[in-house]
Design a protein around this ligand. Structure first.
Ligand code: ADP
Ligand code: MG
Length: 366
């Protein structure tokens, strides 16, 4: 068989969030089974998996049993402990590789990797203690954000440096953990490229997404981004270079800032997500192949699907809006909208800042 998996095989998914849930549904559509390994019993992906394990990511005995029950392992978020991923990779095929995870889950290593591929990004300095923060401020400037090296998501693990703020207090407020200080990028637009690379080096990208964040959480995405074609092409090329250098298998997203330099527009990479990404949710309804199906195809060693947009031949855009916290209470109204696709993640408890669902629709050109 030329492929690594055949229908009927089982994909192990580490992590039980909404990304895992949508991956499991996409796998089922292709006749594959999934085994979700989540740390909490109330995880959204457990509802739709063929088999489930609820245990800590440090529980080696349970991890080994999980590895032997599946044909391939992937993950739906990058903050899986590295030793968990490498333990599993010794027991079974793991895509993307633990080496990729090690880079993308540590903001410092990620920056060093980005430098090695010639990508541009915000200036930064390493901060291991309060003293280093003072030196970092002297180097990077006050217009900056202190970010934990690890475990950040949806703006968690970040503090904007305020004018006159006490640096020791700021360092402690972030937990006193290893961090980086990053200069604030005066961006014109935030974008992302969601793309897939197969184990045979095949590559396919979706159109560039234009992203709006509120309180450092993605609020909405519009595709294609309103950029000159050469900038969009450059963003996709850069993503390809990153995927190649990582010898990546699966879907990844590269978040970037577009900055103005006089007449020119330039790209600054923000971060790499080694997984399906919130800014790719529009593909569930708006692309020939969804990012979730694409990830399954890529890790299974199957041919990548078409990434073209659906039903937008007259200059319309696909729009995705997140339902964050109490936004989800609007579900009856969204359901009543014509031509709007509602997706709910089945999370019982509404919390401020929690991603509860999203919807997609086509919007007219402005
Ligand atoms: P997370 O892992 O939480 O997504 P990010 O580093 O992507 O962390 O930060 C979340 C958001 O905060 C970004 O999408 C952007 O809107 C804003 N942000 C982060 N870093 C910078 C920066 N250096 N300059 C300007 N905005 C930033
Ligand atoms: Mg981000």
């Amino acid at each position: 068989m030329p492929y690594d998996l055949a229908p009927g095989a089982t994909i192990g998914i580490l992590g039980g969030g909404q990304l895992g849930r949508m991956l499991a549904v996409a796998a089922a559509k292709l006749g594959l089974k999934t085994h979700v390994y989540a740390e909490k019993a109330e995880s959204p992906a457990l509802d739709v998996a063929s088999s489930r394990t609820v245990a800590a990511f440090e529980d080696r005995e349970t991890l080994a049993a999980f590895a032997s029950s599946v044909d391939l392992i992937t993950y739906e978020f990058e903050n899986i402990p590295f030793h968990t991923a490498s333990f599993l990779a010794d027991l079974n095929l793991t895509r993307p590789s633990p080496a990729t995870l090690a880079i993308c889950q540590d903001r410092l290593r990620e920056k060093e990797f980005l430098a090695s591929v010639g990508a541009e990004f915000a200036s930064y300095a390493r901060v291991d203690d309060a003293g280093a923060l003072a030196r970092a401020v002297a180097q990077v400037g006050r217009q900056s954000i202190l970010k934990t090296r690890r475990s950040g998501y949806d703006g968690k693990g970040q503090i904007l440096l305020r004018e006159g703020a006490d640096l020791a207090v700021t360092f402690c407020a972030l937990g006193g953990v290893p961090a980086i200080l990053e200069s604030i990028v005066p961006f014109e637009m935030e974008i992302s490229v969601v793309a897939a690379r197969g184990p045979d080096s095949s590559f396919a990208a979706y159109d560039v997404a234009e992203n709006i964040h509120e309180n450092q959480i993605l609020k909405s995405t519009r595709v294609p981004a309103r950029l000159p074609p050469e900038i969009s092409a450059a963003a996709i090329q850069l993503t390809r270079r990153i995927a190649e250098a990582l010898e990546y298998s699966g879907v990844l997203a590269v978040e970037m800032f577009v900055v103005r330099n006089g007449e020119r527009r330039e790209l600054r990479v923000n971060e790499i997500a080694p997984r399906v990404h919130n800014s790719g949710h529009w593909t569930l309804d708006g692309a020939v192949t969804s990012q979730f199906e694409q990830h399954v195809r890529a890790i299974a060693g199957w041919p990548l699907g078409e990434t073209g947009r659906l039903r937008t031949q007259y200059g319309e855009y696909w729009e995705m809006k997140n339902l964050i916290g109490e936004d989800v209470l609007l579900w009856p109204e969204i359901l009543a909208e014509r031509n709007t696709h509602l997706h709910l993640y089945g999370k019982a408890e509404i919390r401020a800042g929690r991603k509860m669902g999203h919807f997609t629709r086509i919007i007219d050109p402005d």
